[in-house]
Design a protein around this ligand. Structure first.
Ligand SMILES: [Zn+2]
Length: 470
């Protein structure tokens, strides 16, 4: 509700109040004025992760990002961004969570910025160069920081995972239950697209909270709209700036920012727009050497992982133990029943922002009825599992029908499948299943076909090491 806008004349309103005296009308106007002065309340949405997990996953992804992105390596610029960023973050409603904010300049001319969960913010030099003043740079940073406080990254991951239900291999998210493995897998920055793909409503929220943060930090809140107007102008006649591919343009973006400024009581007359530091930093950024952009795809092209070590480490799950190469990482599910094991570079982006396992092993326990010694029950449960996998991996084919094997002395089935590899070409999936009282335990061994023979022995050794607990 709006009694008078920022552009209106507040004294007019006061005059009306005085005229009405102490009356119901007056009371109504007072209440309406109070309502109009209220900023839009914003809170994080549904999330299966804890804020602490936001920090953990963000930290891991940030380490990868720092390794993969061409950083400006300009200490003065990073120090300036940090000082500005920390000042803005201090005005962020985080619900008492202490996020370890960190800010980096990326040597990339594309107008972009992104924030990983937990507060790891990366700002392209292009965003600094295009900003007319400090308030506009503060605007894009306040927008990013709002994604952190509103926990949009893991909120998005939560929604994605829920939508995909049972999650397969190329579907790429492991551990359908609590998402613990997803969390760990997404630590790979290349695989972390899910965390940076926001919905339009998330964008709008980040704009509104960002506007509040600008206002509370003493900056001209109109800079938020101004920065997006600049982005719009950049869109004319060419590809949209990168920023808009990660941060889709919400409807009525500029109007919504103006509306929030009205709610905040308008632009303060003393609002800060620029600083000498910003102008000096911008000059320094403009003078940085230009890093040639890698061919699209190359930046995230996975390196072929180092071959598996012959030394093994023990993994202790709830229902079983196994040994895996000591140069692989383990990614246990939250509930401890399932886990994935992969070498560095074994988890990649499948091209749509999902983490996919290209090299390694996925262990899953799924509900399945039947006596552990009943071959028919095992066969039925195995076929059902394969059908589920095929739902999320449409090109997955059985290349060798299930054969009877023993796993830790128990009846098991071994099935070979082929599938599109997330690193290109075909992959071999060797699936070993066995029935236990806790359900169907499946071990899915994955490697590209061209490299499979180099992994064969390792997979054998891992499966030989499996011990079920009583
Ligand atoms: Zn955004």
């Amino acid at each position: 509700m709006k009694v008078w806008g920022s552009k209106g004349n507040p004294s007019q309103g006061k005059a009306r109040l005085a005229f009405a005296g102490v009356s119901l009308l007056c009371l109504f106007l007072l209440l309406a004025a109070a309502a109009s002065a209220q900023r839009t309340p914003l809170k994080p949405g549904w999330n299966m992760f804890t804020p602490q997990q936001d920090i953990e996953v963000g930290k891991r992804a940030a380490v990868d990002a720092e390794r993969q992105l061409p950083l400006c390596n300009a200490p003065k610029v990073d120090a300036y961004l940090t000082e500005l960023g920390v000042r803005l973050a201090a005005k962020l409603p985080t619900g008492g969570v202490q996020y370890p904010f960190a800010f980096h300049c990326v040597n990339d001319k594309a107008i972009n910025a992104f924030a990983l969960p937990g507060g790891y913010v990366f700002i392209n030099r292009g965003a600094i160069e295009v900003a007319d003043n400090e308030a506009q740079l503060a605007a894009v940073m306040a927008h990013e920081l709002s994604h952190v406080a509103l926990r949009h990254g893991t909120n998005q991951a939560t929604k994605t995972q829920a939508a995909e239900g049972f999650l397969g291999i190329a579907g790429g998210i492991f551990g359908g239950s609590a998402g613990g493995a997803l969390l760990t897998q997404l630590g790979a920055f290349a695989a972390g697209g899910v965390l940076l793909r926001y919905s339009r409503s998330a964008e709008s929220q980040a704009d509104v909270m960002g506007t509040q943060v600008l206002y509370d930090s003493g900056y001209d809140p109109r800079a938020m709209a101004q920065f997006f107007e600049k982005l719009e102008a950049e869109t004319k006649g060419k590809n949209p700036p990168e920023f808009l591919s990660d941060h889709p343009n919400p409807e009525h973006r500029l109007e919504r920012v103006d509306e929030e400024i009205d709610k905040l009581g308008g632009v303060p007359p003393t609002a800060k727009r620029d600083s000498a530091e910003f102008e000096a930093i911008k000059r320094e950024v403009l003078a940085l050497p230009v890093v040639k952009k890698p061919v699209p795809g190359e930046a995230v092209a996975p390196k072929t992982p180092v071959l598996p070590s012959a030394k093994f480490e023990l993994y202790q799950g709830n229902a079983y133990t196994l040994k895996y190469p000591d140069n692989w990482k383990k990614y246990p599910d939250n509930n401890g029943s399932g886990a994935s094991f992969a070498p560095e570079g074994g988890v990649v982006d499948d091209g749509s922002g999902h983490a996919a396992l290209a090299y390694g092993l996925i262990v899953r326990i799924t509900q399945a009825p039947g006596d552990p010694n009943d071959w028919d029950a095992l066969n039925n449960a195995t076929q059902q599992l394969i059908q589920e996998l095929q739902k999320s991996n449409p090109n997955m084919k059985i290349t060798r029908q299930s054969e009877r094997v023993r796993l830790n002395g128990q009846p098991g089935l071994a099935t070979y499948l082929s599938n599109d590899s997330p690193v290109g070409g075909q992959e071999t999936d060797w699936v070993i299943t066995t029935l236990r009282s806790e359900g169907l335990v499946s071990f899915v061994c994955v490697a590209p076909q061209s490299a499979y023979e180099k992994y064969d022995k390792t997979f054998d050794a891992i499966l030989d090491s499996v011990r079920f607990q009583k």
